[in-house]
Ligand binder design. Structure first.
Ligand SMILES: [Mg+2]
Length: 228
């Protein structure tokens, strides 16, 4: 059976207890809520790009002289979603290509799923940059968040020479709407957005993400049958 490309969102999908890791970190770091809102509004009204927004947010932490340990301490309670490790391992053993398309930060995924780099073939997310003394010095923003998650999925499929009907996407919130529309099979898991639920092929309640496995297996059998 030919493989699928199965992609996951991170915050609220693979990681529990956070809706968006950026907010979680700002709350823990006590950054100025007015400045945060100012840059968020500037982004949502089209005055700055996503890249600039990510940089402005990280600059707030740099000004506070934040280092890697501060950030790790702030996210130490983050856990993988219930059943997430087993789900990823099962799909990995079935030899599917696995991907991450997320607006989260690499340190959060490092904390919750330390061996994610060996399990996922593609990882599109924001990367924090530290200097030799582990002081935060910048961010490499992902070009594939919000509406651009869809181009992230198309890029992965293109590189694998895989038709879009062999792609699966699992996410939980409004930033997953466009990619859910593009995927061959979309699953709204632990869903916080009515619009995502309305465009997704399947809506699966939380908290256990293993519930997506039979849906993916059924979809896999279906596309394989059609390909014969
Ligand atoms: Mg999410």
């Amino acid at each position: 059976m030919e493989k699928l490309l199965i992609c996951f969102d991170v915050d609220g999908t693979l990681i529990d207890d956070t809706v968006f890791i950026w907010q979680t970190l700002h709350d823990k770091m006590n950054t100025d809520p007015i400045e945060r809102e100012y840059w968020a509004n500037a982004y949502w009204t089209g005055k700055i790009t996503y890249e600039q927004w990510a940089q402005k947010d990280v600059e707030m932490w740099i000004k506070m002289r934040v280092n890697r340990s501060h950030l790790l301490l702030a996210i130490e309670a983050l856990k993988p979603m219930q059943g997430a490790l087993e789900t990823i391992n099962i799909l990995h053993k079935q030899s599917h290509y696995l991907g991450i398309i997320s607006g989260s930060l690499d340190i959060a995924l490092d904390q919750a799923i330390p061996d994610y780099k060996t399990l996922f073939d593609y990882v599109f997310l924001n990367h924090l940059v530290f200097d030799d003394a582990d002081m935060l010095k910048g961010v490499i923003p992902t070009p594939f968040d919000i509406e651009h998650k869809a181009s992230g999925l198309r890029k992965m499929a293109h590189e694998l020479n895989m038709p879009m009907n062999r792609t699966v996407f699992i996410g939980d919130n409004f930033n997953d709407i466009e990619v859910a529309k593009s995927a061959g099979c979309s699953i709204a898991f632990n869903c916080k957005s009515e619009e995502l639920a309305s465009v997704a092929d399947h809506v699966v309640p939380g908290p256990d993400i293993r519930a997506v496995i039979p849906i993916i297996e059924q979809y896999w059998a279906g596309v394989t049958l059609k390909a014969r």
